[in-house]
Design a protein around this ligand. Structure first.
Ligand code: ATR
Length: 276
């Protein structure tokens, strides 16, 4: 039986077991996907023990993504650019390979929601400068988005994120957002604003052109104030759940040998769980 895991601390809230469990059942694969709670001080030992653990690999979540990047035997170019690993695969000779699937996951989600020509919609404006923003800047640049502007409460962090795609991305003062939005084809929130228990993200979307799309990576709640405002303006609105679902695809394919699809049925399963 093939075994995979998600490791984090805490880990009880993770939806990944539900996603992978759905796919295991769908494809009739006799495998398991387990939640592992590993404290930061025990993570290095956990990773060192992986080749002999019986696991084919797994997902890595908060707070271990940077440590996984530092400790993996090999990392993909994309993971190196982002500086974080969310997917581990135990490969030939017990080498642990680290990848970051957040960026392709987000892009695949946009492909499915907006159609594959979304990079041609125009400039992208990214709000926030945490790990998700890093992944998005790398992913959008990879997909050929011509210009990316990063706005963050703390300007220096926006500068650091923009530096990941030199010549394509640049930092922006929060106060300059309205002007930047005038030329944007895509606006994405990666801050925690709008998340359950956090303050809402209140942004006047009026400056966005009619063809712009608005995406949120917050998925609890699914319909954030930002997305509601986008819909009111008649703009395409892309919720945060898709990124969570799509980022899981490459790991499942690597461990279990079957490339799963992000279907409406999977989405419904997770939406139902989020509503509980
Ligand atoms: P990630 O989950 O993407 O790794 P993170 O590193 O926790 O996230 O960053 C959260 C993001 O939300 C940051 O961009 C943060 O802004 P700062 O870099 O200035 O801290 C942003 N954020 C959180 N609370 C915020 C608030 N009240 N107003 C504006 N931005 C906020």
């Amino acid at each position: 039986m093939i075994r995979a895991f998600v490791v984090g601390h805490p880990i009880a809230h993770s939806r990944s077991p539900l996603i992978h469990g759905h796919w295991l059942a769908e494809h009739g694969i006799a495998g398991s996907y387990e939640r592992l709670d590993v404290a930061p001080e025990a993570f290095a030992e956990f990773l060192r023990g992986l080749p002999t653990s019986g696991f084919a690999g797994g997902n890595v979540t908060i707070p271990h993504k940077e440590a996984a990047f530092a400790l993996a035997d090999d990392v993909t170019e994309r993971a190196r650019a982002i500086g974080a690993v969310n997917t581990l695969v135990v490969g030939e000779g017990g080498r642990v390979r680290g990848d970051n699937t957040d960026a392709p996951g987000f892009c695949a989600h946009l492909d499915q929601s907006l159609g594959p020509d979304w990079p041609a919609r125009g400039e992208a404006v990214i709000l926030g400068a945490g790990g998700a923003a890093r992944a998005l800047v790398v992913g959008l640049a990879e997909r050929g988005v011509a210009r990316i502007r990063v706005a963050n409460r703390t300007r220096e962090r926006a500068e650091a994120v923009a530096a990941l795609a030199p010549g394509v991305a640049e930092a922006l003062a929060w106060a300059d957002l309205p002007a930047a939005m005038e030329g944007a084809g895509l606006l994405v929130n990666t801050t925690s604003l709008g998340m359950k228990g956090q303050p809402p993200l209140t942004l006047d979307l009026a400056p966005l052109p009619a063809g712009a799309a608005v995406a949120d990576i917050v998925y609890a709640p699914l319909e954030t104030d930002l997305l509601a405002a986008a819909r009111r303006r008649g703009l395409a609105a892309v919720d945060g759940l898709g990124m969570l679902l799509h980022q899981a695809v490459p790991g499942f394919a690597a461990w279990f040998g079957t490339r799963p699809a992000v279907t409406a049925a999977l989405r419904e399963t997770i939406v139902a769980d989020l509503a509980r």
